[in-house]
Design a binder for this molecule. Sequence first.
Ligand code: C5P
Length: 216
Amino acid sequence: GSVGPLSGRHIVVTAGPTHEPIDPVRVIANRSSGKQGFAIAGALAALGARVTLVAGPVALATPTGVIRQDVTTAQEMAEAVDAALPADAAVMVAAVADWRVEPATQKLKKRSGPPPLEWQPNPDILADLAADPRRPRLLVGFAAETHDVLAEAAAKRDRKGADWIVANDVSGDVMGGEDNQVHLVTADGTESWPAASKAEVGRLLADRIADAIKDQ
Ligand code: C5P
């Protein structure tokens, strides 16, 4: 990273969706453009951090100063996060698929009818990192919710063992859009930030992270 308040810090960011193959041509995916996670990674690097960006399949340019590692599945994302440790902070922005199936080795035929899918849970990368002996000192999760946004985010913070949850209401057109309106849920309570570009939300969050880990 460059010179700045996060010089000498290593921060891991996950972004984008994961794709879980069903067969060689089909996947299960979450909707995520990766824009918010990439903006956060770029903003952290601009403050001097060494940033490892573990990115699911997205069509976005790598932000300046960021070390990017592309992955496809949740399991690959979990392995890449693990390999990137230790880190001073982690910001898990990725929309990870909660389940996967054992992929068929050959393309499933439409004429055979809808395939029965046997679901298996994927690792929860955020929750696993929270319970890891190498847990970063500051662990930030995201919560995309369509209802009861604040209550869901506060519950998620407890359940997952994150320090902060950045919550956003995705009942509107946040997905793939340029703007975002988020709430920062910490141990001290909740702050609602004004609607802003994803770039600006990234800068605000990077500033807060720099402030939170400056005395560690
Ligand atoms: O449980 P939910 O998916 O709503 O939680 C969202 C938060 O957890 C995000 O920070 C997301 O990146 C993270 N997550 C994860 N691994 C999963 C599922 C979610 O890291 N398998």
